[in-house]
Write a protein that binds this ligand. Structure first.
Ligand SMILES: CC(C)(COP(=O)(O)OP(=O)(O)OC[C@H]1O[C@@H](n2cnc3c(N)ncnc32)[C@H](O)[C@@H]1OP(=O)(O)O)[C@@H](O)C(=O)NCCC(=O)NCCS
Length: 153
């Protein structure tokens, strides 16, 4: 891999079941943490069927995370898996946040909503550092998913 600061992440939309399968497999032998569902093919396909667009996040040809988003008239709704363990600690989650912001601005949206697990405190500080505020809203069967909002100027 090149120097980490210069690594450019590629975001590639899943367009076929094979793409979804590849994303499902990317973290099969590493810790995988998705915010509000179990990491298996059926559940990932359910997310897509419910309108979440699924993208792989790639360094060279390797998938290092998966991101989901959907939009309504004002808001980009986002969530993502953990960064693949061997790629953590390189600032790639900052680049994922920058990507969400670019997508939202390109679409002329006013807000970004982000969902993460209630115990993902590293994501809390990441969100705060990117100007998100935590709302009181909770989701999931046990209320284990929390919502963050960033208002775009
Ligand atoms: C937490 C997560 C977003 C970090 O992604 P990453 O790209 O590997 O992050 P980095 O280590 O490069 O750090 C990026 C930012 O995340 C936050 N962060 C990372 N590690 C942190 C820690 N130990 N404490 C507080 N904030 C932390 C900081 O905002 C950091 O920014 P900074 O380095 O500019 O201060 C990502 O790994 C993730 O979502 N993990 C899922 C949760 C998880 O691993 N759970 C397992 C046990 S609960």
């Amino acid at each position: 891999m090149q120097g980490k600061a210069s690594v450019k992440l590629k975001f590639q939309k899943a367009k076929s079941n094979k793409d979804i399968q590849n994303i499902c497999d990317y973290n099969i032998d590493a810790f995988s943490d998705s915010p509000d569902f179990n990491w298996n093919l059926d559940e990932i396909q359910n997310e897509v069927a419910e309108g979440w667009e699924l993208y792989s996040v790639m360094v060279d040809d390797e998938i290092i995370a998966a991101v989901f988003f959907k939009t309504d008239k004002t808001t980009l709704y986002t969530k993502n898996t953990a960064i693949k363990v061997s790629y953590q600690g390189s600032g790639f989650s900052h680049k994922v946040k920058e990507y969400f912001e670019k997508v939202a601005r390109d679409k002329g949206l006013k807000h970004i909503a982000h969902y993460c697990r209630i115990d993902n405190f590293r994501m809390y500080s990441l969100n705060e550092s990117h100007g998100y505020r935590k709302t009181p809203n909770k989701f999931g069967p046990d209320g284990q998913v929390v919502e963050w909002i960033k208002d775009l100027n």
